[in-house]
Design a protein around this ligand. Structure first.
Ligand code: GLA
Length: 773
């Protein structure tokens, strides 16, 4: 890791373990030079494209536009000759929109600064280094400072931008993006995540044609529909080989992520706050910080890109708002949530009956979901009235929490602090606290409005209500929900020339609220949620180590959702629960065991009425609890590898996690479709130590029978411990495991026998554990 400035050539070179990023000052312009696999310092000069004569502005002012329209810029501006989409568009008081940025100065320092009021990655002097380059528009006095940071051992470049108005008049930022990467286009493809409620973050991949291609949100949240992530990959790039550039935006509101394939077959990649609906008045002397964006380059496939994001986010983002929060590292308690168990129909007795049964099975926390406050008997009312409804919670909240604690369970609570129901005392008192355009009836979604969190007095009042609830009992977890997006953008408190700031000011209010919460309750386990997974983004991970992935808890639907989520986010962040069948969203019936395997790839918990599910399901819970304790540290901290994808092949899904030292691994295989004449399926595990010998064990008899010469071993029936090798003939009938070298396992693969009687039935799954001898 390191950042160098080459004075003579005016080149900046940022190195990560496997990549180099180079930019240069050419005739005052900050140009992009190279980003990809590591290159030698000595050769970098060669790459600084010397623009051929007609395109060199100082030589050929006549065709200056040709230069501006083709050069690779680090932070392109709009309005003075670059016809591609830019990062920055400003407007002066006179209504003019041109801006041209020239290099002013730079500084390189150890460590990484935070962003005022915004989530961002963090590092210290020992593990990170930052380059800040200041550019200035001489005419308006707008100073633009671009920050680039690198982290020890991580192939990522983290960027952000600050705008300072040092000019004589006010300016308006109309477009203020966080990142641009120009590159040559070699038939790249665009990978994005799309979805809907209960179907979040499905992977989409398509060739990039000419023109602009964008995913975005104007819903005031990162959204169910599109995601603040994109990757530009070579046409032949797979999980294990080929080039890919991944882009991720550390923000939870409106965003744009897009590419533009130009007339000259270059590709401009842009990411930042969506300019639609955005405008920021930058007063003389004022400054504005655009959120942070991350680029990851991998020359060895999508898998390495994902693992790089996972490492960056695990080590330098998650719990950034509260660095001492124990859940940054510690296992999360296995929770049981009453939403799908009771919906709004519960009281103290019902919750205690769930706690009684949960305690018997080893579950560690009860979470009381929506419906405990105000007049909230359905989702039509009560939001904003954060006072306990003692008709339901008889004896009060403290009594309930104490009773749950007495049974050995922690207690958690659901809240939706950003919202207000028209049928609430809060709304009757303060109708102008809802976001709305004066004189126009605002659109209800789920019969609720959004609070105007751009206003400090509203943030303060809501926070004091939340704090009172959390201080009244031993509450150790909060599920922070947000069940609708923003529209009717109007604030009763902002002046006309600042209404375009509302979306972003709202996000700053949300971040402020969560920061206040964590400052006062530093050991709280916070789980973000938004109608399922509409705000599963890096911004929220700065505050909460986990986010509810989706309201769709069906194990098979979750395969694609969790695969898409894991392309950027570590498994430790994915809220995943076992729910009852037929599944409430899709009606599918899956084995209880398989539901457990899929939830194991996330935070793990239950979302069902444990007092009412079939006895044979309930009987499996203690075993699942044991499984969680056995494997969770591996899942939480290990490296993730995608082995096969049901989304792609239509038949099976397989992923694995490997411990950092490669001494242990866990493979999860799910048979989604049963097929005729399907003797066995070959899977190719990854990430193991090729020279080490691994003991392979499986919870079903699906391995081994295809290999006559393997070294099998058996289990002691009583202790369950592996015993020494047994004669092959016997072992082939009884063994569930054998020993192979890492290279054999990865290169020759493992055969999963789907014909095994253990695999009879729909949607069966298998866990395979590998451990170095
Ligand atoms: C959202 C959440 C659910 C549940 C309900 C309660 O939909 O995603 O898990 O909390 O709200 O209203």
């Amino acid at each position: 890791m390191g950042i160098r400035f080459m004075e003579k050539e005016k080149l900046f070179k940022l190195d990560t373990p496997g990549t180099s990023y180079v930019c240069a000052v050419v005739e005052g312009f900050l140009l992009h030079v190279y980003y990809g696999k590591t290159i030698s310092d000595d050769d970098v000069r060669y790459l600084a494209r010397i623009y051929e004569r007609p395109f060199t502005p100082s030589v050929n002012n006549r065709d200056r536009g040709s230069f501006l329209d083709t050069a690779f810029f680090e932070h392109p501006t709009e309005g003075v000759g670059d016809g591609r989409s830019g990062c920055l568009r400003i407007e002066t008081e006179a209504g003019h929109q041109g801006c041209e940025l020239s290099y002013a100065k730079h500084r390189i320092y150890k460590g990484k600064s935070g962003l005022q009021g915004l989530p961002s990655t963090y590092g210290d002097e020992n593990d990170s280094e930052t380059l800040e380059i200041e550019l200035k528009d001489e005419i308006t006095g707008l100073v633009t400072t671009i920050s680039y940071s690198v982290y020890d051992g991580i192939d990522a470049i983290v960027r952000s931008v600050r705008y300072d108005n040092t000019g004589k008049g006010d300016l308006y930022l109309r477009t203020a993006l966080s990142l641009c990467l120009d590159m040559d286009c070699n038939d790249h493809e665009l990978i994005t995540l799309h979805g809907s409620w209960a179907r979040e973050r499905h992977i989409d991949r398509s060739p990039i044609g000419y023109g602009r291609h964008e995913v975005s949100s104007i819903r005031g949240e990162s959204s169910h529909q599109m995601h603040p992530f994109m990757a530009v990959a070579g046409r032949n790039t797979t999980q294990t080989q080929g080039e890919v550039y991944g882009f991720s935006f550390i923000y939870s509101g409106n965003f744009t992520a897009g590419v533009e394939r130009t007339q000259h077959n270059s590709l401009r990649c842009l990411m930042g706050i969506n300019p639609t609906g955005f405008s920021w008045k930058l007063e003389k002397g004022g400054s504005f910080s655009a959120p942070e964006a991350v680029i990851v380059y991998s020359g060895s496939g999508i898998g390495h890109m994902s693992r790089t994001f996972h490492k960056l986010y695990r080590d330098h983002l998650i719990c950034g708002a509260c660095r001492n929060n124990k859940y940054k590292e510690a296992p999360r308690p296995i929770l049981i949530n009453n939403w799908e168990a009771t919906y709004f129909d519960f009281d103290t007795d019902k919750l205690i009956s769930i706690a009684d049964e949960a305690a018997k099975s080893g579950i560690e926390m009860l979470v009381m979901d929506d419906g405990w406050f105000g007049n909230r008997s359905s989702d039509n009312m009560g939001l904003g009235d954060w006072f306990v409804n003692e008709d339901k919670i008889k004896g009060g909240l403290k009594y309930l929490v104490d009773e749950v604690n007495k049974r050995g369970l922690k207690f958690g609570i659901w809240m939706e602090p950003e919202m207000i129901s028209p049928d609430s005392d809060l709304y009757r008192e303060h109708p102008d606290w809802a976001i709305a355009i004066p004189g126009r009836t605002a659109t209800l979604i789920r019969n609720q409005y959004v609070l105007d969190l751009s206003r400090k007095e509203i943030v303060d009042e809501i926070y004091s209500r939340i704090k009172a609830v959390l201080s009244s009992a031993n509450i150790e977890y909060v599920k922070w929900d947000m069940n609708r997006g923003l529209c009717d953008i109007g604030s009763y408190a902002l002046s006309g020339d600042r209404q375009g700031e509302l979306f972003h000011r709202y996000m700053l209010g949300v971040y402020k609220l969560q920061q206040m919460l964590l400052d006062d309750f530093p050991d709280l386990l916070l789980e973000n949620c938004s109608g399922g997974g509409a705000r599963f983004d890096p911004g929220m991970l700065y505050y909460s180590p986990q986010i509810w992935c989706s309201d769709d808890t069906d194990a098979i639907e979750r395969l694609a959702i969790q695969e898409g989520t894991a392309i950027v986010y570590p498994l430790s962040s994915m809220g995943a629960h076992i729910s009852d069948c037929p599944n409430h969203t899709v009606g599918r019936i899956t084995p209880f065991e398989t539901r457990g395997y899929v939830a194991l790839a996330g935070t793990f918990g239950y979302e069902l009425d444990i007092t009412a599910i079939p006895q044979e399901d309930r009987d499996q819970i203690p075993g699942q609890v044991e499984m969680y304790h056995k494997y969770n540290s591996l899942v939480r901290t290990g490296d993730y590898y995608r082995i096969s994808s049901y989304r792609e092949n239509g038949y099976n899904d397989c992923w694995m996690v490997v411990s950092q030292e490669k001494s242990r691994a866990l493979i999860t295989y799910i048979k989604v479709m049963s097929r005729p004449n399907n003797r066995s399926v070959l899977i190719k595990p990854q990430g193991l130590d090729p020279d080490a010998e691994y003991r392979i064990t499986c919870d079903k008899r699906v391995l081994g029978i295809e290999y006559p010469s393997i070294r099998p071993f058996s289990f002691d029936d009583l202790s369950g411990e592996a015993v020494a090798e047994t004669p092959e003939s016997e072992a082939l009938n009884v063994s569930r495991g054998f020993i192979l070298h890492g290279d054999t396992i990865m290169n020759a693969g493992l055969l999963i026998n789907e014909d095994s009687p253990d695999m009879n039935g729909d949607f069966k799954g298998v866990l395979i554990e590998l451990e170095i001898l």
